[in-house]
Design a binder for this molecule. Sequence first.
Ligand code: UDX
Length: 437
Amino acid sequence: MKLSVIGCGYLGAVHASAMVELGHDVVGIDVDADKIAQLAQGRPPFFEPGLSEILTSATATGRLRFSTDIADAAGAQVHFIGVGTPQKPGSHAADLTYVDAAITELLPYLAEGDLVVGKSTVPVGTASRLADLITDSGSGASLVWNPEFLREGFAVQDTISPDRLVYGVAPGEAGERSVTLLNEVYASAIAAETPLVVTDYATAELVKVAANAFLATKISFINAMAEIAEVTGADVTQLADAIGFDARIGRRFLNAGVGFGGGCLPKDIRAFTARAEELGRGESVAFLKEVDQINLRRRSHVVDLATAALGERLHDGKVAVLGLSFKPHSDDVRDSPALDVAVQLHGLGADVVASDPKSVENAQAKHPQLRYSHVIAETLQDADLVVLVTEWPEFVNIDPVWAATLVKTPTIIDGRNALDAAAWRAAGWTYTGMGRP
Ligand code: UDX
């Protein structure tokens, strides 16, 4: 089938390539000419495991094209909208400028029977407003809201084999036709009996923000337990293991540490709160403000631990920061706790040298005031303090005996509870974890 994918960021670039992998003919469209030029040459504009491979093979088939001109969407039967919905500056609400522009600019190129598929995360109520726009244009196209649940680092796998599909459709016959068409696009997932929830627009929109709100709450819950563990001498890791054995709770997303970040969870819980307030139901999700506060406190906690460890050396001591991306296997530094900690320590006067396997350039573009290194040994050399804030295997597997020979003072703060505390202590390090002795 002929598809267009509008917006070629973390979501759209993966989606476009993955749809070719599934046998479709795809045009990827984005306003960013540099991004489009890189993608057209088969080069991913960001790091995502497996993307380079599927992009190369998709380009080789001749069934994947990229363009900056939305007119090139004409002729496709299904149009995916994967543009960003960032946090509005000075507000907690989502900025819908890009979604609105994508739909408005697409309208003249829609034909009778076309399907517009919204994948961006939007405040509840957006899809029905956009559906009206599409209907009023007289194009004869219809809209489905089909939220995307991909995780960065696993985006290719999550797109090709999602754990569930959610379609928010229009009522009646138009909705039924949309389901048939979208099932054709996702034929392999449907054949694999992937759970499918067909629902209305509002539910589909809410599924996405509710899922992210739940995950954020789970992480902040365990981080709240870490705060209690820190004043009682308890071990939050063992606590997570023990409660996680209860199948109703589950162990995943119970890793205490410096907290969550990235382009989704933080802005999505804030946008959800803002939207609920608009709807007069602010109290229903007021707890998400607390979830956000707990999360941000973890960053301050790491900074406080570092300040205490450095003492008078805060103003001239060298701090080696291991990690910049918001999680391993990604080069994304949006709302990254790791980068935030590095910036805060630098702001307090420390001589910060930060390293990351994939995100140095992205971090440098945002915060040129920090010192960066691609080499772990150079980062550790003569450090007064080491702070691990992203649990990349390259950092987790550092030999503590070797590392001790490089630093000035063998003191480490493990902001992700990712290291073997006993091994680091045995190698002479003063080790501090998050909520564990
Ligand atoms: C998230 C959702 O998981 C995904 O379904 C949605 O589509 C987009 O948002 P992503 O942003 O890629 O995906 O990251 P995720 O794996 O959810 O991690 C988010 C943050 O939580 C990271 O900073 C991670 O380090 C942190 N985290 C995760 C914890 O601090 N503890 C945990 O136990 C798990």
